[in-house]
Design a protein around this ligand. Structure first.
Ligand code: NAP
Length: 277
């Protein structure tokens, strides 16, 4: 499995498992659990969730999927901005730990910036880290200005990642926040890497994929995986699709293929406000 290095030097898989909406439909539950377990078997041991997803149902389903295998997993969860205060953060973390049936979260993220000052959230994260409840902390959906503000605060330069919307049709971050993070060796976790499934149905991408012997979803993921400091976290609740998506790791794109994708999905020509889903 390809790995990405955290600022701390720890390495973890560049391919993780997204879990938004997992656990919402009882009829899909067995297949969703089997998919997560297959992911672990195949080395995709990073699982991304949040207290927001299904009001905790995603975390509960993950607990069931990883029962007896906790030590194999790098668990990522997120606190709602409205909970990210000095008192609210540890309380939210405890609730997530309970739902996940574990004693620690490997990486705990601020889901997006809200009204609570960043300094207060950082302090809460550092306390949780000292207490061993979380191993690393980070942020999500922070643009360049937010990152610069964060960096000024105590502990701000200790963030392990910024989880951002990033795929072939959402390249705005390449203009500013991505190079800024790269300079500081902070990896990006690319969410919605296949644009919530929509990229799999894009004709332009299907043509590229067919020319180069892969599926559109594989092409979308391989394009992100061509970067050393980007982690992809596609979501699927189906084993067959997980295997297809993991196949992206077998397609290391050449410079010519990357240039072809740049022509089909051009990089930004100027600053854009940060996109979120
Ligand atoms: P995504 O991973 O780009 O796409 C997931 C959708 O695509 C699902 O509907 C899935 O359906 C479908 N899909 C998966 N593989 C496919 C394939 N090979 N061919 C066709 N369709 C396929 O979108 P996402 O779930 O929004 O993003 C991934 C993860 O990032 C989330 O699950 C979540 O963990 C995280 N996220 C974070 C934020 C944030 O604010 N930090 C925001 C959004 C997402 P099936 O399940 O039926 O296969």
């Amino acid at each position: 499995m390809k790995t990405v290095t955290l600022p701390s030097g720890e390495r973890f898989p560049a391919f993780g498992l997204g879990t938004w909406s997992i656990g919402d439909d009882p009829g899909l539950r067995a297949e969703e659990i089997a998919t997560l377990r297959l992911g672990l078997d195949l080395g995709a041991t990073l699982i991304d969730t949040a207290e927001m997803y299904g009001d905790g149902r995603s975390e509960e389903l993950i607990a069931e999927a990883i029962a007896g295998r906790r030590d194999e997993v790098f668990l990522v969860s997120k606190v709602y901005p409205q909970n990210a205060s000095a008192k609210g953060t540890p309380a939210a973390c405890e609730r997530s730990l309970r739902r996940l049936k574990t004693d620690r979260i490997d990486l705990y993220l601020l889901h997006w910036r809200g009204k609570v000052p960043l300094a207060e959230t950082l302090q809460a994260f550092m306390r949780l880290k000292d207490a061993g409840k979380i191993r690393h902390y980070g942020v999500s959906n922070l643009d360049l200005k937010d990152m610069q503000a964060l960096w000024q605060q105590p502990g701000g330069d200790g963030v392990a990642t910024n989880q951002l919307l990033y795929n072939l049709t959402r390249r705005g971050i390449e203009w500013d926040v991505l190079p800024w993070l790269r300079q500081r060796r902070v990896p990006v976790m690319a969410y919605s890497p296949i644009e919530q499934g929509r990229l799999a149905g894009k004709r332009k991408l299907a043509g590229f994929a067919q020319r180069h012997g892969m599926t559109p979803a594989q092409a979308a993921l391989a394009w992100l995986l061509a970067r050393d400091d980007v982690i992809v976290i596609p979501k699927t609740g189906r084993r067959e699709r997980l295997q297809e998506n993991l196949g992206a790791l077998d397609h290391v794109l050449s410079a010519a293929q990357l240039a072809e994708l740049d022509r089909l999905f051009p990089p930004p020509e100027g600053p854009r406000s940060l996109e979120m889903i």
